[in-house]
Design a protein around this ligand. Sequence first.
Ligand code: RNT
Ligand code: ZN
Length: 423
Amino acid sequence: MKKTHTIEQSYKIARDQYAELGVDTDKVLVKMDNVVISLHCWQADDVGGFETPGAELGGGGIQVTGNYPGKARNAGELKKDIEKVMSLLPGKQRLNLHAIYGDFGGEKIDRDRILTEHYRDWISWAGEMGIGLDFNCTCFSHPGADDGFTLSSKDPSIRNFWIEHVKRCRKIGADMGRLLGSPCVHNLWIPDGSKDTPVDRFTLRKILKESLDEIYNVDYPKTYLKDSIESKLFGIGSEAMVVGSYDFYLAYAVKNNKLLCLDNGHYHPTEQVGDKISSCLQFLDELMLHVTRGLRWDSDHVVTFNDEILLIAQEVIRADALSRVNIGLDYFDGSLNRIGAYVAGTRATQMAFMYAMLEPLAQLKDAEERNKYFERLALLEIMKSKPFGTVWDYYCHQAGVPVGVDYISDIQQYEKDVLSERI
Ligand code: RNT
Ligand code: ZN
């Protein structure tokens, strides 16, 4: 009780402080529920999936390290973990599934054979949870991806296999969107690229374009399915060239009215995804974000509340574009409690959006209009010492989820009761 009182009292003081700057914190608390985070299912099991028991991430230019005990071994455990995660988060979430997480009933169903029925359990679970689903084709961790090329493969049988896979994934995604009454974002990422400098990039990109044209030839209503395409700069084994580069997909998305997926681990280190948002939104209806944290490279560390994520959130809020930006997470770290990784990373992302919403935007824009750059700078600096954490705590408190350090002990308990039994 004492704690509740303190949180509420502190919030009142914080609210007054923000009000002095013309910021209405009560409105921000309401608006925060429009920040819907699509939780990536693949942090729960290090991108293993359920095609074969004990499957591990294989190939495809991405990597997970760490063997912290307790990873989800089947769909039941994964659902339980996600439910736990959601119980510790304020605001709204969706679940972002990869195709390898289907319910294949112990049977070997190859990727060019998957059907909506393999995801029926997920769909009914999502319905019960009252959440939407997003979906991803899985064009890696498969013998057909071993030579480094999938949709841009020069081997027609390999290329057709992956075209069929992605087509089916779009159909499954559209079914998810239709059945759940919430459009599903289907995101396409392929690992295609080359370790050493190739001489014929043109042909590879031509093949990829043709594959995409064939895949997107089938139309689904936008209320069911939103197609998103994700570029990359380099990966392990594709250091010299990635076929699906930023230029390639940006051009493809603009020309074909697709969503572009911006993964902030996929650019040159000094490039800022935050800076790209206002450009892309001049030409595209919507974006997808893969919020992550790269350390030195596309390492997919747990998201933290850092400058990079903050700029992304600020640019979305300052452009008043929240309804046009689909926010997903994309990190996987096997070296720590995976539930903790979800909660810490999701909360960091939500905090960045809240911080951005607490800016006195009208005043900042006014200073900028009038070339008052000192005033703009000072205001931005002043915001950094405002009681943002108090508003955040109150948001969690209001949502009935643990405030501050309390989520740590909650996760420790889950580790003791549930995760430690998974051996
Ligand atoms: C890989 C891409 C891609 C994957 C997921 C698992 O570099 O970021 O989004 O991380 O599809
Ligand atoms: Zn990504």
